[in-house]
Design a protein around this ligand. Sequence first.
Ligand code: B4P
Length: 203
Amino acid sequence: MSDVRQGTRLLIVGPPGSGKGTQAGRIADEYGVPAISTGDIFRANVKNETPLGVQVKAIMDAGDYVPDSLTNELIEDRLGQPDAERGFLLDGYPRTAAQVEYLDSLLASKGESLTAVVQLTADLDEIVERLRKRALDQGRSDDTEEAIRHRQDVYLRETGPLISEYEGRGILVEVDGLGTIDEVASRIDAALAARGIRPTAAA
Ligand code: B4P
């Protein structure tokens, strides 16, 4: 399916700790699209103790997924905002088959589709090490050893299978997430450039 409207519509996927959030901020700046992280939006709600935050806090702390209905509604609202009209980078959404379906129909209703899906890969030992370090630096409440392991299990069960769906559509870009942040960033840029997607400054 080709886009009726112009724009770069990207997803970044990968297990917790693979570097999604880290790379998403940079890609957003360089490619001139907003980075939309469902995790960040949920965390902001928890911090501000909004009704949504109160509802999702225990779920997130345990490392479980927030129900699809809440997540889909949140994304529909966010993608309807003016800064997402000409493109976006979704970080951490969709994560379940129902979310993939929802996003597909939401985009299709506007004559849009995804441009590319960046999959970051990293082995479990490296991931656990990164998240342990983040627990020390930032004290995130879902970075306990138990929640980290549970989040990896949930990812493998719920989100892993979605990758082949995007591969089947021919829009999957697989990138090795091991190495320094700059090394991973260069790999992502090269993989996107190979598909004709370039930073706005270089476009
Ligand atoms: P997220 O916020 O998406 O959290 P995450 O999976 O841990 O990824 P994050 O982006 O934060 O970490 P990253 O790999 O970049 O989700 C949190 C929770 O929100 C979920 O568990 C769920 O409850 C809920 N949620 C969110 N979206 C949902 C959805 N769609 N449906 C249902 N529930 C949803 O980085 C990890 C660490 O590695 C960082 O400290 C970083 O500094 C470090 N790092 C990154 N790259 C590195 C590198 N190359 N070398 C060394 N360290 C690196």
